[in-house]
Design a protein around this ligand. Structure first.
Ligand code: HEC
Ligand code: HEC
Length: 164
């Protein structure tokens, strides 16, 4: 018994010692990796998931709730990724966010037809797109200075051909 106990204590204190020597091994599992240290495009799926949960979700929840606390009282991964989020491995754009018309003319027609669209569009362009650009540390679409692949509406919304 005494022998076993000593052996057991030996294992325990060995572990403790390792933690004292390498305290980072404890927090390594929970550590959030992300921009600007690691670029969004270079992150693996797991790192992206953790970054979304720890950084994107809480910040964007604030942004959406400041705009409309009632409609976005419940704000989850599915708000952006859609009901089938995890089945689709969080691929964007979402299947559930309302698609946007894909030409300026049809878009303007929707802006006239749907009373909520002008307010939403302003919020999306002025708050949502810039906040996501900052979180992911990527360039955002700027009509004055277009950059290929810049973050914009179609990262979240599907584009659709519609007849006005
Ligand atoms: C405010 C909207 C928003 C919310 C909320 C959100 N995401 Fe995302 N997520 C995005 C966008 C936009 C992208 C695509 C970014 C890109 O690659 O340009 C993305 C990408 C991802 C990816 C990478 C998908 C790929 O293409 O490999 C994962 C994984 C992910 N999100 C998981 C989550 C999880 C888990 C949650 C909830 C904790 C969450 N997201 C909440 C907007 C959101
Ligand atoms: C980070 C993801 C994201 C980006 C980027 C984004 N949106 Fe949205 N948008 C949403 C979400 C989430 C909703 C709410 C959807 C819902 O309630 O089903 C929404 C709603 C809207 C609506 C209201 C649709 C309705 O239900 O009637 C409009 C209009 C809109 N967005 C336009 C835009 C425009 C224009 C841009 C680019 C300037 C843009 N969005 C960029 C996520 C995004």
């Amino acid at each position: 018994m005494g022998h076993l106990r000593k052996y057991f204590l030996g294992i325990v204190s060995g572990t403790t010692l390792a933690l004292l020597l390498f305290p980072s091994s404890l927090s390594a599992r929970a550590k959030v990796v992300g921009p600007p240290e690691v670029a969004w495009k270079d992150m693996n799926a797991k790192q992206k998931r953790v970054y979304m949960k720890e950084a994107v979700q809480p910040k964007m929840k604030e942004v959406f709730q400041a705009f409309d606390g009632k409609r976005f009282a419940k704000f989850t991964c599915e708000t952006c990724h859609g009901k089938d989020a995890s089945d689709r491995k969080y691929k964007m754009p979402s299947n559930d966010i309302h698609p946007l018309p894909n030409t300026p003319e049809t878009f303007q027609a929707m802006m006239k037809k749907e009373p909520t669209w002008p307010k939403f569009t302003e919020f999306m362009a002025k708050k949502v797109v810039p906040a996501m650009g900052t979180l992911l540390d990527v360039p955002v679409f700027n009509p004055a200075k277009p950059v290929k692949g810049a973050f914009s509406c179609e990262k979240c919304h599907r584009l659709e051909t519609t007849t006005p």
